[in-house]
Design a protein around this ligand. Structure first.
Ligand code: NAG
Length: 191
């Protein structure tokens, strides 16, 4: 959208509209929704089968469209920031809270790659993390690594946490959403 039309549109839009971080003009209700992703239902079932919860489904659903690990290795990140598994858990959180990696160094980061192929370990590692850090700090460190753990109350972290909570709420609104191909999404900034 051209800047000029954004500005002129502003005079006409109702109060429900607001600017997003990226400067796009969006309706608040338009930053979230649902879509059908073929095969997602069996993927959800696979996550539930290894002990996953509706919160696990929600996080994975937010992170990738297919709830899989077929993204760029590490999500293109290195060191403690490297991401693994369907939740894109970062190496800092994994090595400081998941029993599978507890006490490992930054240099051992490639050990985390097992989560890309072992769904059971992936889910277990996330559960370990939330148990170790607690709900709020786990989300903070998940979103922002060590700095998130040290400073858990940023607007970005709150936005991410709220997005997951909303998706979880939609999934829990009807049990069919635990096994059908519906994906709920929220437009959160990729970091
Ligand atoms: C999916 O989104 C559409 C709008 O795009 C909405 O009408 C519908 O109620 C939503 N479905 C669910 C299950 O939330």
């Amino acid at each position: 959208m051209q800047l000029i039309s954004v500005v002129s549109a502003m005079a006409l839009v109702p109060a429900a509209f607001s600017y997003s971080v990226a400067g796009r003009l969006i309706a608040r209700d338009d930053d979230r929704g649902n879509e059908t992703v073929s095969g997602l239902g069996s993927r959800k079932q696979a996550v539930l089968d290894v002990g996953g919860t509706t919160r696990d489904l929600a996080i994975a659903m937010l992170e990738t469209k297919t709830m899989t690990t077929d993204y760029t290795y590490g999500d293109g990140k290195t060191g403690d920031g490297t991401n693994f598994g369907i939740f894109k858990q970062n190496w800092y959180m994994l090595r400081t809270s998941a029993s599978e990696f507890l006490g490992e160094t930054v240099g051992q980061v490639d050990d985390g790659a097992i989560l890309n192929s072992d769904l059971g370990k992936d889910v277990q590692a996330r559960h370990d993390g939330e148990e170790h850090y607690g709900y709020d700090v786990w989300f903070s460190g998940h979103r922002d690594g060590q700095s998130g753990v040290e400073d858990p109350d940023t607007a970005d972290i709150t936005g991410y946490k709220d997005a997951v909570a909303w998706i979880q709420e939609q999934i829990e609104s009807d049990t069919k959403f635990q096994t059908d191909d519906t994906r709920f999404w929220v437009d959160v900034q990729a970091i």
